[in-house]
Design a protein around this ligand. Structure first.
Ligand SMILES: [Zn+2]
Length: 233
């Protein structure tokens, strides 16, 4: 019987090949979403083991962040970039969950999340949420949550107005563009908590800065930050 099912599997995969979302190569029967080679060669920053890493330095003198880290580097043509692209624009949510889970395991075992109370994903504007159907940072957060046991709070922080597309703007324009667009809905629920803010990619850090400033208005709140990738500019 098994032989028959294996044959059937092979036949189906000839018609509908299962490809790695990072490199495009064919997946083996025991592989899912990402091939073994990509798991191995996707570079890890290991920033979570170094408190003075480049992501943390990005916020120095800008806002008070306890700890900051990113899973990998966001370079043109990189495998992690392909994965995030497939997550955001092709709607392959399992990618965000899986990468979040893998990263969550490292964060937990290193002690990075030891004194964190809850996870808050960077909110997506409601209009964008309606078009995309999901918030990628929320999916990543669920993976981190399952690995660390920390709860995800998607209600306490919201996004107020739509910011125009940021890709063609200067760093200053981007900063002014996101300043004041986030809002804490219920300060009571996050008062005195250490929050892990989760984003997909950190580039200039302006979105994180804006979220953090809003969260820090609540008494006793501390903020740490993680993302799947850091775009070195
Ligand atoms: Zn691959």
């Amino acid at each position: 019987m098994n032989y028959f099912y294996d044959f059937w599997d092979d036949f189906i995969s000839l018609l509908f090949p299962r490809l790695c979302y990072a490199c495009g190569n064919h997946l083996l029967r025991n592989e899912n979403l990402i091939c073994t080679e990509c798991y191995v060669v996707i570079p890890r920053t290991n920033y979570h083991t170094d408190m003075d890493n480049p992501v943390a330095q990005l916020f120095w003198g800008r806002c008070m962040i306890e700890r900051a880290a990113a899973f990998s580097y966001y370079n043109k043509g990189s495998r992690i970039r392909n994965l995030i692209h497939n997550l955001k624009y092709k709607g392959i949510r399992e990618i965000g969950y899986e990468l979040g889970r893998i990263y969550g395991l490292s964060l937990k075992s290193s002690g990075f999340t030891a004194d964190i109370d809850l996870i808050i994903p960077v909110p997506l504007h409601p209009t964008k949420m309606r078009i995309r159907g999901f918030n990628q940072s929320e999916i990543i957060s669920k993976g981190i949550s399952d690995a660390t046991g920390l709860a995800v709070d998607v209600k306490s922080l919201s996004r107020k107005t739509k910011s125009a597309t940021q890709t063609k703007r200067s760093r200053y324009e981007r900063w002014t563009n996101v300043e004041g667009i986030f809002q804490v809905i219920d300060p009571q629920t996050i008062m005195g908590r250490h929050i892990l803010l989760v984003d997909d990619v950190i580039t200039t850090g302006s979105t994180i800065e804006s979220c953090t400033n809003e969260l820090l208005n609540v008494k006793g709140v501390k903020v740490s930050v993680v993302a799947l990738a850091f775009a070195v500019v």
